[in-house]
Design a protein around this ligand. Structure first.
Ligand SMILES: Cc1ncc(COP(=O)(O)O)c(C=O)c1O
Length: 396
């Protein structure tokens, strides 16, 4: 007999709300020596010693010849596109965070939305060639939820049409594909170090690339284009990471393997138990991937589960479980993009379907196994009482 869901008058499963994520933070003991040095030195930003050290360590971790840090991932991506001189149109996915198409807009580029693969949720390379026009200059693909894109096919298409490939790897820090760091693929990869990401510097981001000219360009662009006291070489902006962010990064980078291990344990526990509930589908992680367990995303299949994603969302929120609809709405449905020819719903059937079904569940390092078990129990009880819940939610 399943418990009575809160939406039917039962006791909520969590008195203190359980959130989708909680950041990994340094301890006071870890911070103290760095902080006292920072305050004594008073070098707070502008390519200070901690930024330089953090960039060295990031380069080693990401196995990237070059790595530039930024104050956030959005500006990192925006300046990468500016630095590569992309123009006209760029092909991208609609199933992503708003920053992905917005960085194109800020570069005066029209996003061209391409449908996604319904299993991996990544851009579907099979549709790309039909979207290439004389104005196309690149492909901006997203390793969504940290799941690697089909890099081989994307890069093959890009090579044969003379296009650049940039990966929005905001979710993919720590991921490996075919035994190589995910940063090894494409012309550049952007990582976000926002507080919600598996590796954070509070706010922050980085771009990894193998082209030394692009790296120099990124260094110029993140600092107003200033190369020397009397030498301004480009139309840059202020997008620098500061020393305190770099200190966070240096401390958290030491914990990344442990972070991924803890998340893997919780992720596996979720999967093992959620698989027993009808109507729940999971993202297919690309073969030959060493995954970072960045997100626990489920698809709610209405027919088998008994409720829609939106009904399930209401039920879980009533239980104190703060799930999120990542990514809904699709970028192609935002008022600023929905007039584009590529944004038509009939051209993006898989993206529309997945976006209407997905829910992200709480997953973070400090989460207890018993919380995972409780969330699964709640989801089961919602499925079990689906008929009654539907009536209750739709009664007038
Ligand atoms: C896919 C994706 N791209 C870009 C960004 C922007 O990164 P930031 O928040 O560091 O600016 C995010 C998110 O936070 C994201 O999820």
């Amino acid at each position: 007999m399943a418990r009575k869901p809160a939406v039917l008058g039962g006791k909520p499963a969590f008195n203190n709300k359980i959130y989708i994520t909680r950041p990994v933070v340094p301890t006071m003991n870890e911070l103290r020596p760095f902080l006292s040095d920072l305050l004594r030195r008073k070098w707070l930003t502008n390519d200070g010693p901690y930024i330089q050290r953090f960039e060295r360590e990031l380069r080693a971790y990401l196995e990237a010849p070059y790595c530039a840090t930024f104050c956030n991932g959005t500006l990192a991506l925006q300046l990468t596109i500016q630095g590569m001189k992309l123009s006209g149109e760029v092909i991208t996915t609609p199933f992503t965070f708003p920053a992905t198409p917005h960085v194109l807009y800020w570069n005066n580029i029209t996003p061209v939305f391409c449908d996604i693969d319904p299993e991996t949720y990544n851009i579907d390379h099979r549709h790309i060639e039909s979207l290439i026009s004389p104005r196309t200059s690149g492909i901006l693909a997203v390793h969504i939820f940290g799941n690697p894109c089909n890099t081989e096919e994307l890069e093959k298409i890009a090579r044969s049409h003379g296009l650049k490939v940039i990966y929005d790897a905001a979710h993919a820090f720590g991921v490996r594909l075919n035994g190589k760091s995910i940063a090894s693929y494409g012309d550049a990869s952007m990582f976000s170090f926002h507080a919600t990401k598996i590796f954070n510097t509070m706010e922050g981001g980085a771009v990894a690339c193998s082209d030394g000219h692009l790296y120099q360009k990124l260094r110029d662009l993140r600092n107003f284009g200033i190369r020397g006291e009397e030498e301004i070489v480009d139309t840059g902006i202020n997008a620098k990471m500061n020393e305190l962010q770099a200190i966070f990064g240096l401390i958290n980078l030491k914990k990344i393997d442990e972070t991924i291990k803890k998340r893997k344990n919780l992720f596996t526990r979720y999967l093992m138990n959620l698989r027993k509930i009808p109507g729940i589908k999971f993202q297919k992680i690309t073969d030959k991937t060493s995954y970072n367990y960045a997100y626990l995303v489920i698809e709610i299949l209405h027919e088998e589960f008994g409720l829609t994603r939106d009904e399930t969302f209401i039920c879980l929120r009533e239980e104190g479980i703060i799930v999120r609809k990542y990514f809904y709405p699709l970028c192609s449905d935002y008022p600023c993009y929905r007039g584009l020819p590529s944004a038509k719903r009939e051209l993006l059937p898989n993206a529309n379907m997945v976006s209407s079904r997905v829910l992200s569940l709480p997953l973070y390092c400090e989460m207890k196994e018993k919380d995972v078990d409780r969330i699964v129990e709640v989801i089961f009880s919602i499925h079990y009482h689906a008929g009654k819940i539907k009536k209750k939610l739709h009664q007038v």
